[in-house]
Design a protein around this ligand. Structure first.
Ligand code: DGY
Length: 321
């Protein structure tokens, strides 16, 4: 039995695999970087199980090139837009993800970005480090407050709902949301209001994106949609980069048509759109939504559990295909 791990995971994954599948060959990408297509095929072809990440583009051709032995793809992520589920299904390959365990961690980053953008933490840090803080002053480095403001949540899944609850209970915010489905119980609980995307953008002081990347959500926030936002508004994206037209966002931030953005994900990740990193009113994080020690350990365990289940003839948990 051959198991390939495309990027170093917390040790617990390999330990669980070795314990449950004695004699299995477990190999790990030895580099501190993602493998390119050719490298991945060379290293992993013939594997029975692939433990991968959201950075591996598992399209139909790549899945085929990995060979007929492949029985399970366990991705260390809740999002699976990088995997051709239909191609996996056609070949009888189970695909499993890691939902639930990263809700709190990702919500923390989204809320943190809202606060950091509104109160301009990163600009303030840099001003202080540069020795430009010459003493308290009434007009020094003012931002916008967060308490009692309107927060627009795009995508009312687990993370969107957790962010909404935090902003409602922690900061007394009014919650608007945009979602394909109704969430009546939750709406009542938070006194949230379901609205069309355009209305959400026009009314929100903070817009936080929590929808999956699908053909329908690609460039959901394009140049026209960004124009609907308030000039004082903050956009936060901890979902997937291509949900926003990043070049249009650079333009909107540069012209101060929106106040600021907090980004954890990028359209051409890890590359940034030209000009993005030069703007003072954007905070850029390296896709760390789920990057707590506790969460990443649990994500690794979930990947290992999925592979072990399939390779021992059981139905795996959290199967998406
Ligand atoms: C996910 O799980 O999809 C996240 O983006 C990883 O942090």
């Amino acid at each position: 039995m051959f198991i390939y791990i495309t990027r170093a995971l917390p040790d617990v994954a390999a330990e669980m695999l070795a314990r449950a599948l004695p004699g299995a060959r477990i190999e790990l990408n030895p580099h501190d970087r993602n493998l390119n297509r050719a490298e991945l095929i060379e290293a992993a072809s013939g594997c029975d199980a692939l433990l991968c990440t959201l950075a591996d583009p598992l399209d139909a051709t790549l899945i085929e090139d990995l060979g007929p032995q492949l029985k399970v793809i366990a991705t260390c992520a809740v999002g699976y837009n990088n995997i051709d589920l239909q191609a996996a299904k056609n070949r009888g390959i189970a695909v499993c993800n890691t939902p639930g365990v990263l809700t709190d961690a990702t919500a923390e980053v989204a809320v943190g970005l809202m606060l950091a953008c509104a109160r301009r933490f990163v600009e303030g840090d840099s001003l202080t480090r540069q020795g430009l803080f010459s003493g308290w002053a009434p007009l020094l480095h003012r931002g916008h407050g967060v308490y009692g403001k309107t927060v627009g949540i795009v995508g009312a899944g687990r993370i969107g709902k957790r962010v909404a609850a935090t902003m409602k209970h922690g900061f007394g915010c009014r919650i608007l949301y945009h979602s394909r489905e109704d969430h009546v119980d939750w709406e009542n609980e938070l006194d949230a209001e379901k609205v069309e995307l355009g209305e959400l953008l026009a009314r929100s002081d903070f817009v936080s994106l929590h929808c999956p990347l699908t053909p329908d959500t690609h460039h959901l926030l394009d140049a026209d949609m960004l124009k609907l936002m308030k000039p004082t508004a903050v956009l936060v994206n901890t979902a997937r980069g291509p949900v926003v037209d990043e070049q249009a966002l650079v333009q909107a931030l540069r012209e101060r048509r929106i106040a600021a953005a907090g980004l954890d994900v990028y359209e051409g990740e890890p590359a940034l759109a030209p000009g993005l990193s030069e703007l003072p009113n954007v905070i850029l994080l390296p896709h760390i939504g789920s990057a707590t020690i506790e969460t990443r350990d649990e994500m690794a365990r979930m990947c290992a559990r999925a592979a072990i289940a399939v390779l021992t003839g059981q139905e795996p948990p959290h199967r998406v295909a």
